[in-house]
Design a protein around this ligand. Structure first.
Ligand code: XMP
Length: 321
């Protein structure tokens, strides 16, 4: 695929950081660049690399797409403020929900998110700020899966033949493209990011929309957001690679207050994996599973069924959409 992987064994973190800082400086020159911060380890590392390279000439934006976890936008903005990086919060919730309306096919949903993110939101931000470059945290696994046709990762553009300058009006810089997650974590740690960021479980670019089967609506996001919070609270100490909750489209019959309730289903997934390329379900204790089911059905109105996914990747993928 034309890009050479830099394995963990051959990564010299100090040298890598100096090289990437120099590269960003030389590409951007005297101009302005934009960083698309999502708060994941990839975009956090890129933001700090670019901040080292460009200082005030870097504009960092956090896009609130309405699909984030609870309190995520405020949490990330304040965390970066403590690190000396000003982040502007952009409210793009309405734009994303408008574009997602009526879409049920997974790839259509992913394409819609890519379109709003790069064309609508960043197209305008770039125009307004005079920037010619967008920095983003694409990693080696993202390109591999998109090219293999498994999933269109939200951040893959040039590798799919998209000329970002022509289509969106800016060039994309991807300093982490040769690294897998473990390598990115090492770089993030060396850059001085706190443990809560460099050790953070992965979270997909399309955010909670990757965890809703069928149409994405604000109401469904509220439900999957509540299930995500409980799942993360209960599984944080599991040491697993990633854990998540999925909201299903099909309903099942349940009982509430002694009456029939044709209610919602939440599926829990918890993964053991090194690089997200393959994975297997964590052997969670029955106690943990029961606690999850109890809390989710008790705390989230309308949910009457909780299941645990016991499939490996492949044939499953980590996210449901
Ligand atoms: P899948 O679901 O393809 O996920 O097995 C592999 C890893 O990638 C994350 N993921 C994404 N990350 N943009 C991202 O930045 C995306 O569009 C995306 N989709 C999935 C997923 O959470 C897992 O860690």
């Amino acid at each position: 695929m034309g890009i050479q992987e830099l394995t963990l064994e051959s990564l010299n973190v100090g040298e890598f950081i100096s090289e990437k800082v120099a590269e960003i400086k030389s590409v951007v020159g005297e101009g302005v660049a934009i960083s698309a911060l999502s708060g994941g380890v990839d975009s956090s590392a890129v933001t700090l690399l670019a901040h080292r390279a460009l200082g005030k000439r870097l504009k960092t934006y956090f896009i609130d797409n309405g699909l984030m976890r609870e309190d995520e936008p405020e949490y990330i903005v304040s965390l970066f403020k403590r690190l000396g990086v000003d982040v502007e919060l952009i409210d793009a919730r309405a734009e994303f929900f408008k574009e997602l309306k009526g879409l049920t096919d997974p790839e259509d949903k992913r394409n819609a998110i890519t379109h709003v993110f790069y064309k609508v939101v960043f197209g305008n931000l770039v125009k307004d700020s005079g920037a010619r470059y967008l920095l983003q945290g694409t990693n080696y696994t993202d390109i591999e899966e998109t090219i293999a046709g498994i999933k269109r990762q939200h951040n893959i553009l040039e590798q799919l033949g998209i000329d970002t300058e022509k289509q969106y009006g800016y060039k994309v810089i991807e300093p982490l493209i040769q690294l897998r997650k473990q390598g990115v974590r090492e770089v993030a740690k060396a850059l001085g990011l706190p443990l809560e960021i460099y050790a953070r479980p992965p979270f997909p670019g399309p955010a909670l929309s990757a965890r809703i089967i069928g149409e994405v609506t604000p109401e469904k996001i509220t439900i999957v957001r509540a299930a995500t919070k409980i799942t993360e609270q209960e599984l944080e100490s599991s040491g697993a690679f990633q854990y998540l909750a999925v909201l299903h489209e099909d309903r099942v019959t349940g009982i509430r207050d002694g009456k029939r309730n044709f209610g919602l289903q939440i599926e829990i997934r918890c993964w053991e994996s090194k690089d997200a390329k393959t994975g297997s379900p964590t052997r969670l204790s029955y106690e943990t599973l029961e606690k999850l089911a109890d809390r989710i059905t008790r705390e989230i109105p309308g949910v009457v069924s909780v299941t645990y996914n016991i499939t490996k990747k492949p044939p499953s993928t980590i996210e449901a959409v």
